[in-house]
Design a protein around this ligand. Structure first.
Ligand code: OOB
Length: 545
């Protein structure tokens, strides 16, 4: 690997190859092989508008032709391309074209706005940015125009649909040219986004070898095979629906991917019936909505659904118990992270394990440590910080040497920031979080990032963003703000508007703003977020009575 990111030490790479975890596969060749084996089998179903069904042969050919077009535009091996697409078939055409030429997709979410996209394009020195014209009423072409004005190095904006002032993806020349040296299995395949706890999101470098192993392992655990039909209900670019086992796992297995434009039952249930969906993945708030909708009685036949994966945030035991009775399918809890490690409850685990734990790792070579504040290992059953190292967990973020020095131990364990306990059976129970992050129903909000946006307001002297309990999302964000002396009156809606206008994903706008004269302090004079969390939780509880 280049100096952009620390790679796996040679002795570990050798071990992971010898164990058969890394088999020298690449995404480009994987699609090529599947297309050769079963060209006429359906790979992607995109129901938006007139339903499109792309076969493996067609997806492979589209990826090849677009790869040639991208090369003709001067996009080549190692170049970064920010991909911000909703759940549309072109997502796969684009990412497989990029995989094939060794250019690196940078997976942005549809919710991201100016502030995030500008950062991704500038920080990665992206050669191109790929968007949908309009989705959910939002015009991404305008966002692209603003970003382009700010990031002069961004050479191309490619648009799915009507391009406006940019370049139509469909118009990129597609004359077949031989693709020069395809990437090697140990090379980077893409950059995934970290939920993060720092001022700007870090980028996660994943290799073909490591990611494809996580797909193969996930498929085995979730029993995905060529008869499976995976419904992609969450945003396709997120690591969970991408790889656990997700769309890429399904394509690896030669299975079928059905794209849901939205995850709500009114959209997803008819798709499950019509396409005979067998598995899907949801974050806990959506799993609750589905469970309630099914329990209330639905006209749609959900009997094809074998497995519901729930992860991204803690799924409560009570909610977990209701899944099977309501939806008639098995539940698998997933505790994963874009940095690597993914845990699943197994399909043959006892029901108690499935509803009370967040699973165990994919790989026998996933190393799990539960430690105290001084990195001392704790006995099984004790609650502590989760550290991990293994065949599909990164050894460092992309171009972030300073951050890597603290986010990883000297011997390469990733500090997950999660507080967990191990059971005797090797299952993990997530008990909390030590990182300064709010998990808003699976959507991660880095406190520092939002605090920085609040601090940009002229009337704000200091800001501290914490989680507050919420029955639906699990957590929401509460921003405590100290105003400057002599600052005129500022009201919460004005401050929220200020943050929104700085161009942030909507899920990062503080749900609540509290003004205080000063922050409570810890013994060593730092802001005590623990006290702030307790204060807002008490306020909310009191308000309920
Ligand atoms: C998934 O990935 P990310 O990168 O968005 O977030 C990772 C973090 C974890 O470190 C943990 O704090 C939290 O999300 N988390 C859970 C959880 N699953 C993820 N916390 C409690 N219970 C769970 N089941 O969120 C992700 C990636 C791949 C598969 C599934 C989720």
């Amino acid at each position: 690997m280049s100096t952009d990111a620390p790679g796996y030490p040679p002795e570990f790479a050798a071990r992971y190859r010898a164990a058969g975890w890394w088999r020298g596969e690449t995404f480009g060749r994987m699609l090529r092989d599947r297309a050769a084996a079963h060209p006429g089998r359906i790979a992607i179903v995109d129901p938006a508008g007139e339903t499109r069904r792309w076969t493996y042969g067609e997806l492979d050919e589209r990826a090849d032709r677009l790869a040639a077009g991208l090369l003709a535009l001067g996009i080549g091996k190692g170049d970064r391309v920010v991909v911000q697409l909703p759940n549309v078939a072109e997502f796969f055409e684009v990412v497989f074209a990029l995989f094939r030429i060794g250019a690196l997709p940078v997976f942005a979410l549809p919710a991201h706005r100016d502030s995030e996209i500008r950062h991704f394009c500038a920080f990665t020195e992206a050669a191109a940015y790929v968007v949908q014209d309009v989705a959910e009423g939002y015009d991404y072409r305008e966002l692209a125009s603003r970003v382009r004005a700010d990031v002069p190095g961004l050479r191309h904006v490619l648009v799915v649909g009507d391009p406006g002032e940019h370049t139509a993806l469909a118009g990129v020349p597609r004359d077949p040219v031989p693709v020069p040296d395809e990437p090697e299995p140990h090379e980077l395949a893409f950059l995934q986004l970290s939920g993060g706890s720092t001022g700007v999101p870090k980028l996660i470098p994943r290799t073909h070898d490591d990611y494809i192993y996580s797909l193969r392992g996930s498929n085995e655990i979730c029993r995905v095979d060529e008869h499976s039909v995976y419904l992609c209900a969450l945003p396709a670019a997120h690591n969970f629906p991408l790889s656990s086992p997700g769309t890429l796992g399904a394509l690896y297995a030669g299975a079928r991917v059905v794209l849901a434009p939205r995850p709500s039952p009114d959209v997803a249930f008819p798709l499950i019936e019509r396409e005979r969906v067998t598995l899907t993945g949801l974050v806990p708030p959506l799993a609750l909505v589905w469970t309630e909708a099914a329990a209330a009685g639905t006209p749609y036949d959900l009997s094809s659904l074998d497995v519901l994966l729930v992860g991204g945030a803690k799924f409560s035991e009570e909610a977990a118990r209701r899944v099977r009775p309501a939806l008639g399918c098995a539940l698998q809890q997933v505790f994963g992270m874009a940095e690597g490690l993914v845990n699943y409850t197994r399909l043959d685990d006892p029901e108690e394990t499935v509803v009370t734990t967040q699973g165990r790792p994919i790989s026998p070579d996933d190393e799990i440590r539960v430690v105290d504040d001084e990195d001392n290992d704790l006995p099984v059953g004790a609650t502590g910080h989760l550290l991990t190292r293994g065949p599909y967990t990164i050894r460092g973020y992309w171009r972030a040497p300073e951050h890597n020095a603290t986010a990883f131990t000297a011997d390469g364990f990733y500090r997950t920031g999660d507080v967990v306990r191990l059971t005797e059976t090797g299952h993990l129970v997530v008990e909390g979080r030590a990182k300064d992050q709010i998990n808003r129903g699976g959507e991660k909000v880095a406190a520092e990032e939002i605090e920085n946006h609040l601090l940009a307001h002229p009337a704000v002297h200091d800001a501290a963003v914490v989680s507050m309990p919420d029955t639906y999302l699990g957590e929401r964000t509460c921003a405590y703000v100290v105003l400057r002396d002599g600052a005129g009156p500022v009201r919460p809606p004005a401050l929220k508007k200020f943050v929104r206008e700085r161009g942030l994903a909507a899920f990062k706008i503080p749900d609540r703003i509290e003004f205080v004269a000063a922050f409570p302090q810890t013994g060593i004079g730092k802001v005590s977020k623990k006290d702030l969390r307790a204060a807002i939780a008490a306020r909310l509880a009191a308000a309920q009575h």
